[in-house]
Each structure stands twice: as structure tokens, then as C-alpha cells.
Design a binder for this molecule. Structure first.
Ligand SMILES: Nc1ncnc2c1ncn2[C@@H]1O[C@H](COP(=O)(O)OP(=O)(O)OP(=O)(O)O)[C@@H](O)[C@H]1O
Ligand SMILES: [Mg+2]
Length: 506
């Protein structure tokens, strides 16, 4: 029992865990009560995911205890923690894409009648569980999971957790792949779970989610508890506990007129089966943000420019020359870089060292260039200094990248593309999963890149980020550009443009 006379559903006491060369957790204690949303925050590599993996039986702690409803437990396999009522929703979903929602929820424990799977009962139970958190109208039990958007797939994961009678639901960066509207749906789901008395451990790098959702907050730093709040502190207080100081210059300053240089990229009437009537210009020194809801065509536009899924009509000019890339190789050769948001899609070579991963793209790029243009920056020393600048946390840059924390993997990829010094660099969700301190680092690097004469396109679903980091913002909707804002635009204005809603007077 704690001081309020409530027995926590989960209590972790004095947990320590080391990996070769790293002390991931040192004497961490932490408890969650029923009906509580406990935010777990901290910089990349602070130990959040490791703590969760210990809770769920993926890893064994070197020291410490786990108590479930006051009784000591030791989980040596995730199945045991699941049976104990702990469901972890990982960022990489564990759903089977080709099966229906109901089949996924009942995987391996299908109800039967006279030895035959009772599909009607499965569907009815699925609907009941979805209704418990208000998702009954949004999710069809018969829908194939692959056809659902990410937010809806996440709801299926949550429904599965509820149907397994989860007392504790752990969400590790659940909004990383969601847009604004989908985030709101998730927040409401979390509210409903809390009302039902479920305990929720919520890992995030976004301070406004902590403010919106949490009852209590634990801050990890370098594997130790740096602060624990029994209320929701001001974002500044959390950041200070995470980083150990204030972050004064979170966003880099905007470009001034004399920094914005010659027109680098211009697109006229760009069109293919996914986007239409694309018209915009981009200058050296400029960071151009692209806002819009998921499916609005922002990524499709990036893929068209990158030659991955080219325009079928219209005109693209790069440094005044008409270009038409039919594959990414040609686009890269002409000086266009693209940093995809999907870490796995990026082909991170998990068995290679951090440094080699950073070098990988640079080397591939080098071989595309004629020898007299060979990139002097693609050498080890400058890759190391880029990795330093990004504050990639690794015991050494020779460490396998697969063992880095999620956010540190992302930082290594950013470093890898920065090493190419392209003329146009397209960032897709550049700071997904990255901690506040490193985010600030990325905004400053983007600005440095722009100051060095590059043109930057930034596609992001994080509106405060687009507003804070971009000099100019284009809003896309239904495959085309519908609006343009200069800095000073509000989230509200951009959301209205992105959704096509007109404001209704209250
Ligand atoms: N299997 C492993 N082998 C070696 N080191 C590991 C392993 N798993 C984690 N680590 C190290 O433990 C530390 C904590 O990592 P963890 O993944 O828990 O961080 P995190 O707080 O979840 O970070 P992020 O916000 O980036 O996801 C890091 O230094 C990481 O490199
Ligand atoms: Mg993590």
C-alpha cells in the first residue's frame, strides 16, 4: 500500500540492468495505481524501453523486484506477464495484416462451438470490447487489418489488450505514427481506459501529451530516476529534469531575407495518380514546411520529387535545369536527399556499427559521383563529429546500431543524410521518437544546412514543430496544395486549412 492507502497494480523496486558497456537502469523504482496514467519520460537512451521490457518479461533484471497487486512476481517470458494482466503495445504492431480485426483479437484463443470456430461469437465479443472504449463505430470486426489506418490498427491492439483483461496497458510512444486527429482519438481512448480503472504507462517525447494525459510523471535520466511528480508539472520542469538544464533556443532562428538565396527547386503543374496541380518554389537557405493530415499527399509529393513514384506530367526545375527523375538514384545524383520517417523502411543495417551505418549512404552516394567530386566529408572523422553533434548515445560508434535506443537509431540516420550535403533535403517526420534535446539539435542542424545553401523540405505531422522550424508552410489536402502560411501562423489556422473545415461560430 502507498501513502494514499491504495495498492499499486504494478510496483517496480530497485530495478537495475546492465548490457555490455552500458548500465541501462540503476536502482529504478516506480509504481502505477489503477485508473492512473503514469507518464514515463526521458532522453533517448534513458532506459524507458528497457524498463518496460523488464516489466513484460522480455529481459530479466540484474537486481530488483516486480510486484503485481502487492505480490512479488518474476516474469521470464512475455506470455507470463500477459497472463498477469500486463499488455504492452509496442510501436511495431504485432497484428497479422491479412487477418480480420476479430481474428487478430482472438488469435490463438478462438471461441469454439462443437469443435468449430464460432465466428459469430468472435464478432460479437469484438464489438463489445470495442464499444467499451467508444471504438465500436470506428472499427468493423470483419475489416482486414491491412486496410486500416495506423490509428485504427492501434485501436485493435488496445481492444486486444482489453479483451485479454489487461490491468496494465503500456504504450511506448503510441502517437509517433499518428496525425493530429488520430492523436485526439487515442487520447480519448486513454481517457476511457483510465475511467475503467486500467493503469496506463505512457511513454512519450511530447510534452503536451504529458500535460494532456498524465496523472503522475517519472523522469528517467541515464538509467536513474531523475524526478518523480505526483501531479502534472509544467513542461519546463519536466524538460529540466530530463536534460539537466533549460533549453533556451529550442527552435533555430528563422531565415532572414539575405539568407534566402536563389531559387533551387520549382514545380509547375506536377501530377501523377496521387497528387495533382502541384505548384511551388523553394529557395536556397529556406526551410519549407508541409502540413496536412495523413493521406493528404505530402509523402506522395516527396516520392515524386525523389523519383520513387515520379510525376507523370508537369515540370520540375532544379537549379534552373529541367529534370525528370525516374528513380531515386538519379535524384540523389542530382543532389536531392530524402530522409524517410520509417526507420525500418530506411534499411538500417542493424548488425552494423553506428559509424558504418552513417557512412553507408555517403559511400553509396560517392560511387554515384564522378571521382573529381568525391566527397571529402564522407570520411570517418567528420562522420564522428556529425554523430557527436547529434549527440548519438552509444558506448562507442563501433557498437551495433540495433542495440541503440529507438531515438538514437533515428539520430544516426539523420547524421547519415546530413553527411551527403545535398542541394535539396527532404525530411519526412524528422524528429519522430527523438527527445527534446536532440530535437533542438536537429532543428539547428537543419538551419545550418539551409544557411550553408541547401533548400530544406520538412514534412511533419507535429504542428508546433512545423510552425516553429519552417520559414514558410504549405498545407496539402486531397493530393494538392491548398494554402500557404508564413511563420506566425497558428495551429488553428493550419488545421482548418488541412481539414477543409470552415469554422462554425460557437
Ligand atoms: N539489447 C541491448 N544491448 C545493448 N545495449 C542495449 C540493449 N538494449 C538497450 N541498450 C542500451 O540501453 C540504454 C537504454 O536504452 P532504452 O532503449 O531503454 O532507451 P529509451 O529510454 O527507450 O530511449 P528512446 O527514447 O530512444 O527509445 C541505451 O544506452 C541502449 O543503447
Ligand atoms: Mg525506447
Amino acid at each position: 500500500m502507498n501513502k494514499n492507502g491504495v495498492t499499486p497494480v504494478i510496483e517496480m523496486r530497485g530495478i537495475s540492468k546492465s548490457f555490455p558497456g552500458v548500465r541501462a537502469l540503476n536502482d529504478v523504482s516506480f509504481a502505477v495505481e489503477p485508473g492512473e496514467v503514469h507518464a514515463l519520460v526521458g532522453e533517448n537512451g534513458a532506459g524507458k524501453s528497457t524498463l518496460i521490457k523488464i516489466l513484460s518479461g522480455v529481459y530479466q533484471p540484474d537486481a530488483g523486484q516486480i510486484l503485481l497487486n502487492g505480490a512479488t512476481k518474476s516474469f521470464t517470458h512475455p506470455v507470463q506477464s500477459l497472463k498477469g494482466g500486463i499488455s504492452v503495445i509496442y510501436q511495431e504492431f504485432s497484428l497479422l495484416p491479412e487477418r480480420t480485426v476479430a481474428q487478430n483479437i482472438f488469435l490463438g484463443r478462438e471461441p469454439t462451438r462443437r469443435g468449430i470456430i464460432d465466428y459469430a461469437a468472435m464478432r460479437a465479443e469484438t464489438r463489445r470490447v470495442l464499444d467499451l472504449f467508444g471504438a465500436g463505430t470506428r472499427v468493423d470486426p470483419n475489416a482486414i487489418v491491412a486496410d486500416l489506418d495506423v490509428a485504427t490498427q492501434q485501436m485493435v491492439e488496445i481492444a486486444k489488450a482489453i479483451s485479454l483483461n489487461a490491468k496494465v496497458v503500456v504504450m511506448d510512444e503510441p502517437t509517433a505514427a499518428l496525425n493530429e486527429a488520430e492523436c485526439e482519438v487515442l487520447f480519448e481512448t486513454v481517457d476511457r481506459l483510465r475511467e475503467r480503472g486500467t493503469a496506463i504507462i505512457y511513454i512519450t517525447h511530447r510534452m503536451r501529451e504529458v500535460t494532456r494525459l498524465a496523472n503522475r510523471v517519472t523522469v528517467l535520466k541515464d538509467g536513474e530516476v531523475a524526478a518523480q511528480f505526483d501531479h502534472v508539472p509544467k513542461p519546463g520542469d519536466i524538460v529540466r529534469a530530463m536534460v539537466g538544464r533549460d533549453i533556451a533556443d529550442f527552435y533555430a532562428p528563422f531565415a532572414t531575407e539575405n539568407e534566402i538565396g536563389a531559387k533551387v527547386l520549382s514545380v509547375r503543374n506536377g501530377q501523377n495518380d496521387r497528387v495533382s496541380n502541384i505548384n511551388f518554389d523553394l529557395s536556397a537557405g529556406e526551410i519549407l514546411g508541409f502540413a496536412g493530415i495523413q493521406g493528404a499527399g505530402r509523402v506522395a509529393l516527396a516520392m515524386a520529387l525523389f523519383g520513387e513514384h515520379p510525376f507523370t506530367s508537369g515540370k520540375v526545375r532544379l537549379n534552373g535545369k529541367t529534370v525528370a527523375f525516374t528513380n531515386p538514384r538519379d535524384a540523389i545524383q542530382a543532389g536531392i536527399g530524402l530522409l524517410p520517417g520509417d526507420r525500418k523502411g530506411e534499411g538500417l543495417v542493424l548488425m552494423q556499427s553506428v559509424r558504418d551505418n552513417g557512412m553507408l549512404t555517403a559511400r553509396a552516394f560517392d560511387t554515384l559521383l564522378s571521382s573529381h567530386k568525391a566527397n571529402q566529408y564522407a570520411d570517418l572523422a567528420s562522420m564522428d563529429s556529425l554523430l557527436d553533434a547529434m549527440e548519438v548515445k552509444a558506448s562507442s560508434y563501433d557498437q551495433d546500431i540495433g542495440n541503440l535506443s529507438g531515438g538514437n537509431q533515428q539520430k544516426a540516420i539523420v547524421a547519415r543524410w546530413l553527411a551527403l550535403k545535398p542541394k535539396v533535403l527532404i525530411f519526412i517526420e524528422p524528429t519522430r521518437g527523438i527527445d527534446v534535446n536532440a530535437k533542438a539539435g536537429i532543428y539547428h542542424l537543419m538551419r545550418d544546412l539551409a544557411r550553408g545553401g541547401a533548400a530544406v523540405m520538412m514534412i511533419s505531422s507535429d504542428l508546433p514543430e512545423v510552425i516553429g522550424a519552417a520559414d514558410r508552410i504549405l498545407v496539402m489536402r486531397a493530393g494538392t496544395i491548398v494554402d500557404e502560411f508564413t511563420h506566425g501562423a497558428t495551429e488553428h489556422d493550419i488545421m482548418l486549412a488541412a481539414t477543409g473545415e470552415t469554422e462554425v461560430a460557437a
